[in-house]
Design a protein around this ligand. Structure first.
Ligand code: OAD
Length: 230
């Protein structure tokens, strides 16, 4: 089976009602990134950060995967698929994708604030508050990668991209590194498709943009895949 790697960002979940970050109605219009998505913000004001992610979790509970998530999950019938997502939602998994790498963490998980990759636990859609601690009395924090922190999953993600036969980039403005640089690990000449309503030019030989929202874009991509690869 050919290996198919998807690099997804906030745009894939936009049609599920989850706001992107940098569009005109994006989350960063209403919030200061330094307050809610930066490790220094955590030490300055934990309550503000916890409230922000509690709100995101409640919103996620009500959201449903859309046709784009579902079509990406259906690719597993034809390809060995790895989804590398910058999203902290669980909509790829809920649509049925079985191999998802979360580069920026997961909303439904928490860990003690003194650990980078240990003591992780599932909390589903529940709130986390100041004073919620592990058995040692250490405050829990969202299991999210904030600005200023390492991205532990970048290595398995880069490895997956380097082995891809086909790459799809969907719904990301490619502003945030190291995620934005991942496609450069692709073997030279690997076909790269990009689905996004905004024009994005990649300086890359075998690149094609489908300039549509995720759901419509995935329909068009499936037609191309059926014609050329399946
Ligand atoms: P952005 O908000 O930067 O970019 C969203 C992209 O989705 C843009 O290119 C939009 O044009 C596109 N888009 C909007 N609606 C769409 C739709 N219906 N279908 C397809 N595409 C659509 O989001 P990301 O690139 O994912 O990190 O942001 C990267 C990281 O920045 C996030 O993971 C987050 C943030 O800081 C953390 O919080 C650690």
């Amino acid at each position: 089976m050919k290996r198919f790697v998807v690099l997804s960002g906030a745009g894939v979940s936009a049609e599920s009602g989850i706001r992107t970050f940098r569009d005109s109605d994006g989350l960063w219009e209403n919030y200061n990134v330094r307050d809610v998505a930066d490790i220094e913000g955590w030490y300055r004001n934990r309550k503000l950060m916890l409230d922000f992610y509690n709100e995101r979790r409640r919103q996620l509970e009500k959201a449903l995967p859309n046709k784009a998530h579902e079509t990406i999950a259906a690719l597993e019938r034809y390809f060995e698929v790895t989804v590398v997502t910058q999203n902290v939602d669980n909509l790829h998994e809920r649509a049925g994708s079985t191999n998802v790498i979360h580069l920026h963490g997961e909303l439904t998980k928490i860990r003690p604030e003194d650990k980078a990759d240990k003591g992780i636990r599932d909390i589903g859609y529940k709130d986390v508050n100041l004073g919620d601690t592990d058995e040692r009395g250490v405050q829990f924090r969202p299991h999210i990668v904030w600005f200023g922190e390492a991205v532990p999953m970048i290595e398995p993600a880069a490895k997956a991209v380097s082995q891809a036969d086909i790459l799809l980039i969907i719904g990301t403005s490619l502003n945030v590194y190291p995620a934005a640089g991942l496609f450069r690990y692709a073997r030279y000449g690997t076909p790269i498709f990009l689905i996004d309503p905004q024009k994005i030019d990649l300086d890359y030989p075998n690149f094609r943009q489908i300039r549509k929202p995720a759901t419509k874009g995935m329909e068009e991509l499936m037609e191309i895949l059926v014609e050329q690869y399946i």
